[in-house]
Write a new protein. Structure first.
Ligand SMILES: *Cc1c(COP(=O)(O)O)cnc(C)c1O
Length: 400
């Protein structure tokens, strides 16, 4: 239960424009995928396109998880294939690999980053090739907290071994391409806690027309004409063909309309998160606490991951001081979270693939040290000051 004066971990920023957008769609009586979703796709692609010379296809979906699943399906990833990914991510990134029948291979993060290490990625691919019982097929790069992965290095490794590349960009918006897209597909999330939200939703971007066509088909049951086109095209409105057993992954207009408003505010939200992060960083860079590095702070700042120094690191009982810090903050009414409990220690992946916690030492050390602080647009100066005060005094009182 949250009390009046509590500071939640996250609170979406919603205003009159979002409310008006929902009412506009309700009153139109067209609630499912239609003109709003199509406009959202166009506007989103325009935002991300930047100086990318190629045409970008944007496909709205009902979640980033759906988008990641569709990307792997369209790339033809299947049983007998290996997909490489970090362990320090949300379960979506790995579950979609199982949905297409492939197997995940977890790779450690960089020494100074929160994202997959390109050299360790190459080592993992080479080790898999030596074993030879499954085929390295793809890598999913996760832009943790909006920290941009080393995409040139990752795509160079992928090219060398013939792997496809998918970017889990659930944390990456607002993002604008500097040049070519360096992957086959890039998938954003509009889940309630993300940097912009439509409640639930996602967007897949690709410069590949073949991939975009397959995703477009499969997000709508494998039906060759969308419902919207059936009502607006001049041909017979009842006629459709099923080309494949697809999925029900379309984004309804009711949600797309909210996403369109939030898209316009993404820059403003980022400025607000930057200001909060700057306050945290200047106040919390003391003895036991380690703010995220400067390179991280230049990213989309979906999360503010604070680390505890000497936190018992990679051992099985690691994380106890971090847990104590979280408990103390909870008592002070401050909501926090941990991003993420590594996937390779989750019962399903640990037991299915016989994985040892210590096989990814950097991931374990990060996990045991991490706590994510509240970082949402609309936090007042008084709230920011209260978080800083509570974290500083809780950290000073830590035992052990
Ligand atoms: C939130 C999240 C997702 C899933 O997004 P949904 O839109 O909720 O499906 C995927 N990957 C990461 C890293 C996330 O944090």
């Amino acid at each position: 239960m949250t009390r009046e004066h509590d500071i939640p971990f996250h609170r979406p920023f919603m205003g009159k424009e979002e409310e008006d957008a929902v009412l506009r769609v309700l009153r139109s009586r067209w609630l499912t995928t239609g003109a709003e979703a199509a406009a959202f796709e166009t506007e989103f692609a325009d935002f991300v396109k930047g100086s990318c010379p190629a045409r970008l296809y944007a496909l709205a979906v009902n979640s980033a998880t759906s988008g990641l699943h569709l990307a792997l399906e369209a790339l033809g990833v299947g049983p007998g294939d290996l997909v490489f990914l970090p362990s320090l991510t949300f379960t979506s990134t790995a579950e979609v690999i199982r949905h297409v029948g492939a197997d995940p291979v977890f790779v450690d993060i960089g020494a100074e980053t929160f994202t997959i290490d390109p050299e360790l990625l190459e080592d993992a691919i080479r080790a898999a090739l030596r074993r030879g019982n499954a085929v390295p097929r793809a890598v999913i790069a996760v832009h943790y907290g909006g920290e941009f992965c080393d995409m040139p290095a990752i795509s160079a490794v992928a090219r060398r071994y013939g792997l496809s590349v998918v970017e889990d960009a659930a944390h990456l918006f607002p993002y604008t391409l500097g040049a070519e897209l360096q992957s086959d597909a890039l998938v954003f999330s509009f889940y309630a806690t993300k940097t912009i939200t439509s409640g639930e939703g996602g967007m897949l971007l690709s410069a590949r027309e073949d991939l975009a066509r397959r995703v477009s088909l499969m997000r709508n049951h494998g039906i060759d004409r969308s419902v919207w086109n059936r009502y607006t095209d001049t041909g017979a409105s009842w006629y459709y063909q099923v080309a494949a057993p697809g999925f029900k992954y379309n984004l309804p207009d009711l949600l797309a309309a909210v996403g369109r408003v939030q898209l316009k505010r993404a820059g403003e939200f980022l400025r607000m998160r930057r200001a909060i992060a700057a306050s945290y960083t200047s106040a919390l860079a003391v003895d036991t606490l380690v703010p995220p590095p400067a390179s991280y702070l230049k990213g989309a700042l979906h999360l503010y991951p604070l680390s505890l120094r000497d936190s018992g690191a990679a051992g099985p009982r690691g994380g106890s001081r971090r847990n104590e810090l979280i408990e103390k903050l909870k008592k002070s009414g401050i909501g926090t979270s941990v991003h993420f409990i590594p996937l390779h220690i989750m019962p399903y992946y640990r037991d299915s693939y016989d994985l040892e916690a210590g096989s990814l030492p950097r991931t374990m050390a990060r996990f045991n040290a991490l706590v994510s602080l509240p970082l949402w647009p609309g936090m007042s100066d008084a709230q920011i000051a209260r978080v800083i005060e509570a974290v500083s005094s809780a950290a000073a009182e830590l035992t052990g």
